[in-house]
Design a protein around this ligand. Sequence first.
Ligand code: DAH
Length: 339
Amino acid sequence: MLNALQNIKEQAAQALAQVSDPKALEELRVKYLGKKGELTGILKQMGKLSAEERPKVGAFANEVRASIEALIEEKAAALKAALQEQKLKAERLDVTMPGKAAPMGKPHPLSKVLDEVGEIFLGMGFSIVEGPEVELDYYNFEALNIPKNHPARDTQDTFYITENVLLRTQTSPVQVRTMEKQKPPIRVIAPGRVYRSDAVDATHSPLFHQIEGLVVDKGVTMADLKGTLEMFTKRLYGEDSVVRFRPHHFPFTEPSAEMDVQCFSCHGEGCRLCKGEGWIELLGCGMVHPKVLSNCGIDPEEYSGFAFGIGLERLVMRRYNIDDLRLFYENDLRFLDQF
Ligand code: DAH
């Protein structure tokens, strides 16, 4: 029996020396030390031994077990270390390898130009205010001198929530809301979304953006209006920009005008961009109507003001020579990536 134990000890040592993976190691452990393993098999026969032999064989069996256990432990540690080494090698970072660039988003062209416009007016001492997109008929029309049955309502058909609540057709109601809240001097711009029930085509969309402007103070004149808007245009399109004012009509300004900028492509000659006109329409403007001032509790005898409304989409289309409004809303990265 001592011989058998010696054999097991030697065989186990040999087998363990050759093991190279944790699974095979575990199999060997079961084979030699497990409940049905070889060592246990021998110990089970100890009952057959004489009282004299038994302690000797028992002691040796324990020694064999301890030596196999020690070898297994040693091997397990070695395998673990080798595995760790291998892992480290495989995962080593080559810091000199070129990085993978993460795709970078960028501002939408409408946001980009709106930011520029905001910066220009902030630089001229304006602040930025906002008003609701779901608006009362009173603010969108009535207070702006557009009573029910006024023909201006036909060109500004919109989406009605109830008879008196609608999606605003213009940012001009923010003029009224501002004057109700704030006493002059007032110098604000109010950018935002506006709505009209227009069918979608290259130049129309039921949702678009305007930037409203309002200045109210003592002694404000048309000269202030012209100076401010000319300055704005030069800042946006370049110092050599030329503007002109054409008489126009808006119910909430008197007198009213539209401002054109001389075509940057042909400088007034007439070309494709300006459709042969030489000029490109940029915005509507005028002196705030005395009735609008008094609607807001501001005395028109004491104060005067000017206002303007810029169509953001049109401004951006002209800036980048874009011929179809729908491109702004389609989220096609091939288009958006160009800005
Ligand atoms: N709200 C006008 C529109 O949508 C644009 C406009 C014109 C605004 C003249 C103004 C203004 O403030 O003075 O057609």
